[in-house]
Ligand binder design. Structure first.
Ligand code: MRU
Length: 351
């Protein structure tokens, strides 16, 4: 059972408790976010990370942002709420779950506009907790829907971290592995280390090792050789935003992994909740890709690994075309050989 990555502590005046994922696996430290600035900082610096987890953080962040709001009429309250959601939404641009969570909080306030502000604050807290609880169920369902792709003895490559740490619990890509293991299947996993921030080596390796799953760490540039020389049955990764045609943005390096998988006839699966689909964009071309600072590339654990003032390009995500994806595993079912029509037929209007 993964450790809870995000929780709400207390009542409407309470706080968000998160694991500081930047310190794992060396230290399991909890951080408490009591205002909008601290949760913004936690999302931006990847203390809390992974698309579904930042959706939950955005929803809970809306509650901490509004708890001290002095407005006693709905219009003023909603104006402040919109400022808060715009601010939280400016923390990271790619994972659509963040915007999905923030919009859901705005819609909840609007639906309850006739009620006193004190009551709306309580309703918003309940909504944020509901989003967390729903996510836990969604992760289990993704695991259930995907575990048949793994047989006794299957070997998987995964990239970044799409585990319990990236969600309410259990994960998306890792949910498939956890669910297969729970069914008694002996599987093995290669985790790409995932430069520059090492979510694969720091987080995925930690989670799978804790779960007793056979895990081997490789550097990102070892995936092709591993597929050529070892028995690799499939790739399973998560996603941060999936366009209407099935193109999927995920951690930088996922696209190259999909090309390597295609070259070696290894099926490539994406596991993601319906909240990761952005049906307002037709293709992956339109997905905004976060670019982060140069230090993540020029240093490792604070140690300089490049000359001073070197030019750096540091995109945090890339887009895998739907044509490289064998199936997308969601809580509503599996989308085989995804395209716009098949995406619509499985998720309908639910994103
Ligand atoms: O920059 P990160 O660590 O937030 O990137 C996370 C990923 O790319 C995950 O694979 C994705 O969010 C899926 S999490 C279930």
């Amino acid at each position: 059972m993964p450790v809870p990555t995000i929780e709400w502590i207390g009542g409407v005046d309470g706080k968000i408790k998160i694991i500081d994922q930047t310190l794992l696996p060396n230290e399991l430290k909890y951080v408490y976010c009591e205002d909008r600035e601290s949760i913004f900082h936690a999302i931006k610096t990847l203390m809390v990370r992974g698309a579904p987890a930042i959706g939950i953080a955005g929803a809970m962040g809306t509650v901490v942002s509004m708890k001290d709001c002095k407005a006693d009429d709905y219009e003023s309250f909603y104006r402040e709420l919109k400022e808060a959601t715009a601010y939280l939404g400016s923390s990271r641009p790619t994972a659509v779950n963040l915007f999905w969570g923030l919009k859901r909080m705005e819609a909840t306030a609007q639906e309850n506009s006739q009620k006193p502000v004190s009551e709306i604050k309580e309703i918003l807290l309940n909504e944020a907790i509901t989003i967390l609880e729903e996510d836990k169920k969604i992760c289990r369902k993704i695991g259930e829907n995907g575990e048949a792709f793994l047989k006794e003895g299957s070997c998987v490559i995964t990239h970044c971290n799409a585990g319990g740490l990236a969600t309410g619990d259990f994960g998306t890509a890792l949910a498939v592995m956890f669910a297969a293991a729970d069914k008694g299947k002996k599987i093995s996993v290669y985790a790409d280390e995932t430069r520059p921030l090492l979510q694969g080596s720091r987080l995925t390796a930690w989670e799978l090792k804790n779960a007793g799953i056979d895990i081997t760490l490789i550097c990102d540039n070892m995936a092709a050789h591993t597929m050529k020389r070892k028995k690799v049955d499939c790739v399973i990764v998560g996603a941060d935003r999936i366009a209407a045609n099935g193109d999927a943005a995920n951690k930088i390096g996922t696209y190259s992994l999909s090309i390597i998988a295609k070259e070696h006839n290894v099926p490539f699966y994406v596991a993601a909740p319906v909240s990761t689909f952005d049906m307002t964009i037709a293709s992956g071309e339109e997905i905004p890709i976060e670019e982060r600072g140069p230090d993540e590339v020029t240093t490792i654990s604070g140690n300089k690994i490049a000359p001073d003032d070197i030019k750096v390009f540091n995109p945090a995500f890339d887009v895998t075309p739907a044509s490289n994806i064998k199936a997308i595993i969601t809580e509503m079912g599996v989308i085989h050989n995804p395209d716009m029509e098949k995406v619509k037929s499985v998720i309908g209007n639910n994103s």
